[in-house]
Ligand binder design. Structure first.
Ligand SMILES: Cc1cc2nc3c(=O)[nH]c(=O)nc-3n(C[C@H](O)[C@H](O)[C@H](O)COP(=O)(O)O)c2cc1C
Length: 321
């Protein structure tokens, strides 16, 4: 360890392809930390996205890689000068040194105390502890507040961000007062003006309650064997009613429910959430959402959201012992 890293209080979680350049730069220029999610992006495009964020803001931002997949664009984004890299679903090992050699700080998302200890042993600059409440793919089986307490104990002076089900000012204030250096929010930023999510998906997030989410293995096309938290929809309900059958025996297995802008098909059980250019029955697609969704009451500008949440984060610092 030994490097001192200051994490902005509000972090926008990597939210796959919904983390647009507009969203990431709005969050960072408002004093938060925006995050591009570049696991599935080719190196040239990824470097272009980093350059596009840099052209919009001089503030720091991050680029995320899910280590369940090969981080093929990592070298390209480091060369393009991304200031921070975050990893999830695995430990970066030698990639920490590589990122540091480019001057980039490194954060790792973990779902267990053991994972946090291992990440800390790898000289990471900050740790993100993800609770079971999280939207998207869920590494954790522990509530975020419980995990946070245990990880803070291990992390000593290394900053720790809390993630999972955090959606409003009270949540942010609470985790900060518990000792987190930052609150990381994903679903809340999906429901922002700048996110790339389909309008119907954003509207569904605003209309949903916490009890409308499910932790499931249903949408495994493209990423098998990884639980994910989603909004309940017809695809999930029909799959459950049929007995949660395995691949090739599921209802509507081959249905093309929507199409991307390029015309590429999105199949019923694909792990792709609907973006603004997708056409078709987008509400049958995978609609990632954390259990804090019930506290999202509007689709707001990310800039205003960060400003408001950061104020409460400051109040949480004052409340901390
Ligand atoms: C739409 C969506 C896409 C996500 N994509 C990624 C991703 O690409 N990489 C990653 O590490 N985490 C991803 N996550 C999980 C986040 O890192 C984070 O743990 C989660 O959003 C926190 O919970 P919350 O959504 O309740 O705020 C995603 C979450 C959502 C909602």
């Amino acid at each position: 360890m030994g490097r001192t890293f200051v994490l902005p209080r509000i972090v926008q979680a990597p939210i796959g392809g919904l983390a647009t350049v507009e969203l990431v730069s709005a969050v960072s220029s408002a004093g938060g930390l925006g995050t591009l999610a570049l696991t599935w992006t080719d190196p040239k495009t990824a470097a272009g996205l980093v350059a596009a964020v840099k052209a919009r803001t001089s503030a720091a931002f991050a680029s995320n890689f899910v280590l369940a997949f090969e981080p093929t664009a990592l070298s390209a984004v480091l060369e393009a000068g991304v200031p921070i890299v975050t990893f999830s679903w695995g430990l970066p090992g030698p990639l920490v040194k590589t990122a540091h050699s480019f001057g980039a700080a490194v954060g790792v998302q973990v779902g267990t105390v053991e994972g946090a200890k291992r990440a800390l042993d790898q000289d990471v600059d900050f740790v993100i502890c993800q609770g079971i409440e999280a939207g998207g793919h869920v590494q954790s089986s522990i509530p975020v507040r419980e995990l946070l307490a245990a990880v803070l104990w291990e992390a000593e002076t290394v900053p720790v961000a809390a993630a999972g089900g955090l959606a409003d000012a009270a949540d942010v204030m609470e985790v900060i007062s518990l000792g987190a250096s930052a609150a990381m929010l994903g679903t809340r930023f999906v429901a922002s003006i700048e996110s790339g999510a389909h309008e119907a998906y954003k509207a569904a997030l605003v209309a949903s309650h916490s009890s409308d989410t499910a932790l499931t293995g249903c949408f495994d096309g493209g990423w098998p064997y990884a639980l994910h938290r989603v909004l309940r929809n017809a695809t999930l309900a029909n799959w459950e009613a049929a007995g949660c059958l395995p691949q090739l025996r599921r209802p509507g297995e081959d249905d093309v429910v929507a199409r991307r802008e390029t015309g590429a098909p999105v199949r019923r059980y694909d792990c792709t959430p609907p973006n603004s250019t997708m056409k078709g029955d987008v509400m049958a697609c995978c609609l990632y959402a954390g259990s804090g969704v019930g506290k999202i009451t509007d689709v707001r500008s990310a800039h205003a959201l960060v400003k408001e949440l950061a104020e409460f984060a400051t109040a949480g610092t004052a409340a901390a012992p």
